[in-house]
Design a protein around this ligand. Sequence first.
Ligand code: AMP
Length: 281
Amino acid sequence: MLIVKTIQEFMNAKSDLGRKDTLGFVPTMGYLHDGHIELVKRARKENKFVVASIFVNPTQFGENEDLSSYPRDFSRDKKLLEQHECDILFYPSAKEMYPSVQPMETFVVPGKTAERLEGQLRPGHFRGVTTIVSKLLNIVGPTTTYLGQKDGQQVAVIKKLVSDLNFSTKIVVVPTVREPDGLALSSRNTYLTSVQRKKAPYLYSSLLEAFSLYKKGETNTNILKESIIKHLKNDEEIRVDYISVADSNSLEELDIASKGSMISAAIWLGNTRLIDNIILD
Ligand code: AMP
């Protein structure tokens, strides 16, 4: 696996690719787990070349968020990507992506899809995401970009970005990879204390409870949301940021749930924020 730290080096490496070779791209912030690896495996299966990126993007973190403490383990990430036959790892510095000399003036501002849920609670977050994803797509030029359903709103925002700004990549969404107890894998799970770790699966089980009501015929979203709140209230350490039943593309809140709606929630367990979602089928 080639490790490339500058945009120029990446361009040079890419010039070896044939014009018709397919390139699968997996953008990440590192501290890789089986969720990320699932995206790499899928990219490996479907493309001649696989590129992964590791970049903890400062512009998508709010002022009081965990940019400086975000977990990092480059040598482990490198080994994992090598094991899964990634061809190129793009690992730029913050200065490479956001030069301090002639600093960037142009940013990508997403619309309504990004203003709800995560966007409402984390102002500027998706502007950071759409800006860095646009830069990475321009540098990497992938045939297909692999994203995780774990970040359901991010999927919707990036799909809209790609269609609005005519990026030529296809988007493939990979189902959420979970621990045996249902907790969605996340680099941030490492922040949880052992007691909090035991409580963390309540998030997914609360979504499953709403899902099972829906399967029994309940489509009133207030009732579905109430069942989630009731479930989460069983533990007093859990603080709810939001519970939502929304259209999975526009993220518009719904009164009536139907096939394709996304039930999502964000909670705090101590200082750790967890998000998860289920798409109704
Ligand atoms: P991150 O490093 O958290 O920015 O995630 C990089 C990519 O991996 C994003 O497309 C995430 O949605 C995806 N991802 C993160 N966790 C999971 C998971 N548990 N299952 C599937 N995909 C995931």
